[in-house]
Design a binder for this molecule. Structure first.
Ligand code: EPU
Length: 421
């Protein structure tokens, strides 16, 4: 409860400078953790970020019978030998939509699952019809009653599934389900996000037969059992992008280590367009910003195009850039909540439907603002770092869901940040 009351107070005006390490990816860690349900042996994970969502996923899995132990920082073992309660309750699903990721693995392993239907969300409706459609094509019987998805099957059967739209967790759910199905499953119009590929690599280490992950056609030949494996979660490309944007907005210079630059092409291209000088090695990114950023226009779309999870942060950058940027959101229908909060800092943003026109101003002014979702909160942090005076960000539990050691990392880069309450 205390965490819910916390606020972040940032005094703007400091150019970010220095070096920090990037954490493991939230959106890869969550599906990979649910893969532990597919196997009766131990899954040993490394580079797992210390985040609220990881805690929630651990509690969810433990409730089903998974034995979890976090031995040291970043290290987590999950043993799914005894899954006696294949049930994802509303109290956990409502705090984390990614809980839906247990549905495919539970069905494939236990032949039954009850998962509370995720409700609405701050950024859009986010239905799960594609997850259900795919599982039904694989032979599952599914009914939704009293807010719960009840699913049953004997053994899932391989199928050819053409998804109506590109869905990240939908692809992950079906790919996991297919690993233990009878025969071959082909997922068409699959998501190509690096996190899907990371999950596939972990499943392959567990003995799954998967081809094509990272492309829009994934083929999975089901096996009887998966086995113990050790796997290191990929670096978080959205955390990486967020610090790069923060450095660019403040006219700073940062070195991010333990990163995966090859997963950030669209973000790096936009940062270069904004005037940043960027150099990459295999695992590090160095960004140097000379003077004020130039406004950039962008349109979100599935990977490898520009990520919706980076849209809010770039909007904050455009708010203080030279010129006007036009931002179009095509993935979620309500992902401009941050614009209203950025306006409280003085930003000039005009929203027409799915498009925001952002006129850059020389400066923003500190104020009290409210975090509405994870990436919206990240954009408020970026804006607060450049605003004159103090900005207080309320409801920062959203940030704790997805940014490991945020204050510590910002402080290491020279920012003036404190958590209150
Ligand atoms: N959609 C449907 N039906 C479905 C599934 C999705 O209509 O059955 C729609 C959604 O409503 C949305 C679009 O398809 O309009 C894409 O949604 P997707 O399913 O790809 O999103 P997700 O899997 O629920 C993941 C990330 C999000 C990220 C999106 C898009 C995880 C745990 N979450 O969500 O991350 O924004 O993909 O890239 O991987 C975040 O980290 O802040 C975050 C929201």
């Amino acid at each position: 409860m205390a965490a819910r009351l916390s606020q972040l107070r940032i005094t703007g005006g400091v150019r970010l400078r220095g070096s920090i390490d990037i954490s493991g990816a939230k959106n890869a860690a969550l599906p990979i953790m649910s893969a532990a349900l597919l196997c009766g042996e131990t899954l040993t994970l490394e580079n797992v970020p210390a985040l609220m969502d990881v805690v929630t996923m651990t509690r969810l899995l433990e409730g089903m019978g998974v034995k979890a132990s976090a031995l040291q920082s970043g290290h987590l073992t999950l043993n799914g030998a005894d899954i006696h309660h294949p049930d994802a309750p509303y109290e956990l699903v409502r705090t984390m939509r990614a809980s839906i990721l247990v549905l495919g693995p539970l069905l494939a392993r236990c032949g039954r699952a009850k998962v509370s239907l995720p409700g609405g969300c701050a950024i859009g409706q986010r239905p799960v019809d594609q997850h259900l459609k795919g599982l039904i094509a694989m032979g599952a019987q599914i009914r939704v009653e009293h807010g719960d998805i009840h699913a049953r099957c004997t053994r899932l059967k391989g199928a050819r599934i053409v998804m109506d739209l590109v869905t990240v967790t939908g692809t992950e759910n079906l790919m996991m389900a297919a690993t233990l199905a009878d025969g071959e499953t082909v997922l068409e119009n699959a998501a190509r996000e690096p996190e899907v590929l990371d999950l596939a690599r972990c499943l392959q280490a567990m003995g799954a037969q998967i081809e094509g992950a990272g492309t829009d056609t994934i083929r999975v030949v089901g096996v009887q059992h998966l086995h113990a494996a050790r796997y290191a979660v990929m670096p978080d490309r959205i955390e990486t992008g967020t610090y790069l944007v923060a450095a660019a907005a403040t006219g700073g210079e940062v070195l991010l280590t333990g990163a995966a630059p090859q997963t950030l092409d669209a973000t790096l291209e936009k940062l270069r367009e904004a005037g940043a000088q960027i150099e990459c090695t295999d695992q590090s990114i160095h960004l140097k910003m000379h003077g004020r950023a130039k406004a950039v226009s962008l349109r979100t779309a599935p990977y490898p195009a520009f990520a919706t999870d980076m849209q809010a942060q770039f909007m904050a950058l455009d708010c203080v850039a030279e010129g006007t940027g036009v931002i179009t959101e095509t993935i979620f229908e309500n992902r401009f909540m941050h614009a209203l909060e950025l306006q409280r800092l003085g930003a000039d943003i005009n929203i027409q439907g799915h498009t925001a026109v952002v006129r850059g101003l020389p400066r923003l002014q500190g104020a009290t603002v409210m975090a509405t979702d994870l990436r919206a909160s990240a954009s408020l942090v970026v804006a607060a770092l450049v605003a004159e005076g103090q900005t207080t960000i309320d409801r920062i539990y959203h940030l704790d869901r997805g940014y490991e050691s945020l204050e510590k990392k910002l402080t290491a880069l020279g920012a003036t940040v404190e958590r209150i309450g």
